[in-house]
Design a binder for this molecule. Structure first.
Ligand SMILES: Nc1ncnc2c1ncn2[C@@H]1O[C@H](COP(=O)(O)OP(=O)(O)OP(=O)(O)O)[C@@H](O)[C@H]1O
Ligand SMILES: [Mg+2]
Length: 197
């Protein structure tokens, strides 16, 4: 029987999530540092005033350094928050001034702005967006957790805003299964390479 795109995506998600569970703390810190250093070097980042960053969960490239460095550089920093509006869950972006003071654990153990610290910023304002993902390929395709949150968010950005996905090198594949709603990214940075699409 022919596998559907959905089934292929699910299989790949399972495979990557299993690998991520086994990553040592040392691997995560060392490679995250390497990746974030490359991101901070990008001219598109340096020229940006408003930056968006996901807040990592276990097994993802760690972004705390990116957030702190950006705040120190005087940039406006926004992070994702999942909002439930009339039963419809959607990703929004909210400004933070301090990760320690503004964030708390919410859905699935993910750190999000506390209810009294929500300051929504429209995606059109964002100059530079850091993107997480489970898998990527050499053509700019991305596989996420399967909610379509980032596919919908990317559609709302300005055409000239810059999108950099970050991941570990084992998350890079030759070709990912995709459908017509999957949005492409502009660059991918791993501990071993930088790909521009
Ligand atoms: N622009 C869109 N409008 C409506 N539905 C969408 C849109 N983009 C994606 N979706 C839907 O979201 C669901 C999940 O998409 P997909 O499997 O590509 O998730 P993903 O990209 O891996 O997840 P995420 O972006 O949350 O990390 C699919 O049913 C898809 O059709
Ligand atoms: Mg998608």
């Amino acid at each position: 029987m022919k596998e559907t795109i959905y089934e292929k995506k699910q299989q790949l998600r399972k495979n990557i999530l299993q690998k991520r569970q086994k990553l040592a703390a040392d691997f995560l810190t060392k490679n995250s540092q390497k990746i974030i250093a490359q991101v901070l070097d990008l001219p598109e980042y340096q020229e940006s005033q408003i930056v968006a960053s996901y807040v990592n969960i276990k097994g993802e490239v760690m972004t705390r350094n990116f957030i702190n460095k950006s705040l120190q550089a005087g940039k406006k920093v926004v992070v994702p928050i999942i909002l439930d509006i009339q039963g419809q869950k959607n990703i929004a972006l909210s400004q933070i001034f301090s990760p320690e003071e503004d964030l708390a654990e919410r859905t699935m153990g993910i750190l999000e702005p506390k209810p009294d610290k929500i300051r929504i910023i429209v995606p059109k304002e964002v100059d530079f967006l850091l993107i997480p993902g489970l898998a990527f390929d050499y053509h700019g395709n991305r596989l996420g957790f399967g909610a379509g949150y980032y596919d919908r968010l990317l559609l709302k950005l300005r055409i000239d805003s810059y999108t950099a996905a970050i991941a570990f090198d084992f998350q890079l594949f030759n070709n990912l299964p995709t459908d017509d709603q999957d949005q492409q990214i502009k660059s991918l940075i791993t501990e071993k390479r930088k790909l521009i699409f």
